[in-house]
Design a protein around this ligand. Structure first.
Ligand SMILES: [Zn+2]
Ligand SMILES: [Zn+2]
Length: 190
């Protein structure tokens, strides 16, 4: 990948995160000062999907988001990470420190954000559009309904059908019965 492409993707991540922040920040639930909030993208982070740094001298919080997490998660999952880090930013701006205590838990719950910083791993399942001219794909960490019954859902981009791959084994299926068969065949390796 060239530098120009890296820059474009990082720009896209920051732009989407900023828009999302403006949507969720409000005076009552989470009064983050967006003027005193900076954004960055980590090209290297392999475990932490996001983090929030606090510069006490400048009183500026910086949310750092992992490009690999953006690649692997679909947007609703990634947006949860953005909201989690916004709660940290709010705590830093307001109290000068931040953790995952009761105060954090309350705010995170109000925003439907996870309480703990997500560490991201290889997804267990990958959804992939079957249309030749569509490159839609999505990662799932749990056997959600779209994983178990792909014949009842559609590609998120073109509306076509998609297949599901069990990442560890490479097995794929396109129907609920295919899911059952793959699961039975894999047994303990599932
Ligand atoms: Zn956290
Ligand atoms: Zn598609």
């Amino acid at each position: 990948m060239t530098d120009a492409e890296e820059l474009t993707l990082a720009d896209e991540i920051v732009a989407r995160a900023r828009i999302h922040a403006r949507e969720v920040v409000d005076e009552d639930e989470l009064a983050v000062d967006l003027e005193a909030l900076e954004w960055d993208v980590s090209e290297r982070a392999r475990r932490r999907a996001g983090l929030c740094r606090w510069d006490a001298d400048r009183e500026v919080a910086t949310i750092v988001l992992a490009r690999r997490a953006y690649d692997r998660y679909d947007w609703p999952e990634f947006a949860e990470i953005v909201r989690h880090e916004l709660v940290h930013a709010w705590e830093f701006q307001r109290f000068g420190e931040s953790g995952h205590g009761d105060r954090f838990r309350e705010r995170a719950a109000a925003l439907e954000a996870p309480r703990y910083c997500e560490s991201f791993a290889e997804p267990r399942y990958v959804l992939r559009c079957r249309s030749t001219d569509c490159d839609w794909r999505a990662a799932r960490h749990r056997a959600s309904k779209p994983v178990k019954a792909p014949d009842r859902y559609r590609c998120g981009a073109c509306g076509g059908s998609y297949e599901v791959e069990h990442a560890d084994s490479g097995r794929t299926w396109t129907t609920a019965s295919g899911y059952g068969g793959a699961k039975a065949a894999l047994g303990d390796e599932w």
